[in-house]
Design a protein around this ligand. Structure first.
Ligand code: TMP
Length: 218
């Protein structure tokens, strides 16, 4: 079974850059890799993403939001993640179920048991083998995210309108999840340079690259 690696962190932490860099690194090694994101990654998921992240959906109720993230994840797992892993393809996913715990659980105060129930319902018992959490001070991250959105005329800015307190809560959520699962979740300091972060990630995935099964050797 190929590895399933997810990337997490608050908006503006730099994770999307790092997922892309790891994707290029792995494909340059000749590996088959599927690069996915949540919400999104399927046709239904991308439509759901546009509802969730539009600046015009500020009236979306927290439970509706949670159900939409779960629906997008259900599609992604069934259509992309499980088939890829079964075919020996590495899966890199830009956000996954820890994001729901951090954003909807800690950020919006939704019931963590309900979130766990929905995550379990859609995951088909698949858990990431490794999660890279890029941790950064929300003051730095939000300034970056807002600058990027302005520059790109990005329409996906709903969360960036949230208060700093919201992002401090989300960060706290991520760190608490990481404390509970230190074997899976690896915290990287996101205030370092892009190269330094990339090198740390490559060191982390090295053991996965070195196992015979992953390189196609039985
Ligand atoms: P992205 O900009 O990293 O693609 O993420 C999109 C936004 O979606 C980001 O603000 C975090 C949010 N999000 C949640 O709130 N809950 C979730 O379960 C996921 C996957 C994303």
């Amino acid at each position: 079974m190929a590895p399933f690696i997810t990337f997490e962190g608050i908006d503006g932490c730099g994770k999307s850059t790092q997922v892309q860099l790891l994707y290029s690194y792995l494909t340059n090694q000749g590996l088959k890799v599927s690069l996915l994101r949540e919400p999104g990654g399927t046709s239904v998921g991308e439509l759901i993403r546009s509802i969730l992240l539009s600046n015009e959906t500020s009236n979306l109720l927290p439970i509706s939001e949670l159900l939409l993230y779960s629906a997008a994840r259900n599609q992604n797992i069934h259509e992309n993640i499980v088939p890829a892993l079964n075919d020996g393809v590495w899966v890199l996913c830009d956000r996954f179920k820890d994001a729901t715990v951090a954003y909807q659980g800690y950020g919006l105060n939704l019931d963590l048991n309900l979130i766990k129930f929905l995550n379990d319902l859609v995951s088909q018992n698949r858990k990431p083998d490794m999660t890279i959490l890029i941790d950064i001070d929300p003051n730095i991250a939000l300034a970056r995210a807002r600058k990027r959105n302005l520059k790109n005329h990005n329409e996906e800015g709903r969360y960036e309108q949230e208060s700093l307190t919201f992002f401090h809560q989300v960060r706290k959520g991520y760190l608490e999840v990481a404390k509970k699962e230190p074997g899976r979740i690896h915290i990287i300091n996101g205030s370092q340079s892009i190269n330094k972060i990339q090198n740390e990630i490559i060191q982390l995935i090295m053991p996965l690259l070195c196992t015979g099964e992953i390189n196609g050797i039985p």
